[in-house]
Write a protein that binds this ligand. Sequence first.
Ligand SMILES: Cc1ncc(COP(=O)(O)O)c(C=O)c1O
Length: 375
Amino acid sequence: MDFDQAVARAGTDSLKWGHYPADVIPLWVADMDFLSPPAVVDAVRARAEHGVFGYSIVPESLVQAIVTYVERRYGWRIEAEWLVWLPSLVTGIDLACGASAAPGGDVMTITPVYPPFLRAPATQGRGLLTVPATQADGRWQLPLAAMEEAVTPETRVLLFCHPHNPLGRVWDAREVAVVVDFCRRHRLVLCSDEIHCDLLLDPLGHTPAAVAADDAADLVITLMSPSKTFNLPGLNFAFAIIADPELRMRFTAAGRGLLPYPGCFALTAAEAAYREGGPWLTELLEYLRGNRDLVQRFVAESLPAVGMTHVEATYLAWLDVRELDVPDPMQACLDAGVALSPGAAFGDPGFLRLNFGCSRGTLQEALRRLQAALA
Ligand SMILES: Cc1ncc(COP(=O)(O)O)c(C=O)c1O
């Protein structure tokens, strides 16, 4: 795949490209500008050519593709009946809040974090407890001591972003086991959003929360999706993996009457991606590593007042602009023709998030504009 080739997305109803004026380079919402794997495009095209778009059932072949993928990639043997289909991963975050806490119960999360983690508890009538991540030796860390202090008898759920958006951390097996232990001791459901788990840029390995400890399976709701990995977020498909029948029943009950069946294109694309997307994914990761290194070098050399920690996973860089002598860095970037995501939406206004999931040429031009805005 030629990831250097910039694909024009104007005129495709793209949220990323349609939100700002046409001359602004959008490095904000988390989708990539790359074509999906050829096998996915071919499969969707063949499905479209059939021309009848009735209701679908999830084919056994997709279930098997997911079971095999999860076992091969993470060594986790899941059962078909543990799967719950979702129209988007965010729906699963809301259902986890609704299913695991009584009205008035609290949901804990580690900030900064993907904005729906901060929004979903209130939408579901639950309270929100935020605990800021800490930094040691230039690396973001789990704030375990502060979590112990913040947890109350009303806390019922930990929303865990693994790997972490926007911090770019891959939580290792030991860290995940400590989180599982925390949840077990405080009787919390652990809702683990693992949507970025295939986008590891460093050779670290992803440990699903449900396998991090022997006794984890009955308290974990795992949320996964092919949409970040294979760039399919516009097809609306994700799934939960819940081993415990009681927890699964509460989760599905919370969504009864609200969840649409997956659409035919989502099913077709997901199966092609999981079965045949592997070689494309290997090339993608190589390319993203190059983009990550470029951003990291640029920030170190050209924006000395901006901080950036090493991105271990995701295609998102979290830029610390607290020391910058620019009154409104987000607006300054926009004025220079680049849209980033404001840190305030993630719970930390001193930061900006930069999406480097685009062609190298687009990224280079965006960095030139950033230098004009922030240097
Ligand atoms: C951590 C995380 N979870 C969920 C999502 C969105 O998933 P979906 O589009 O399937 O709701 C994103 C998208 O950026 C994300 O970063």
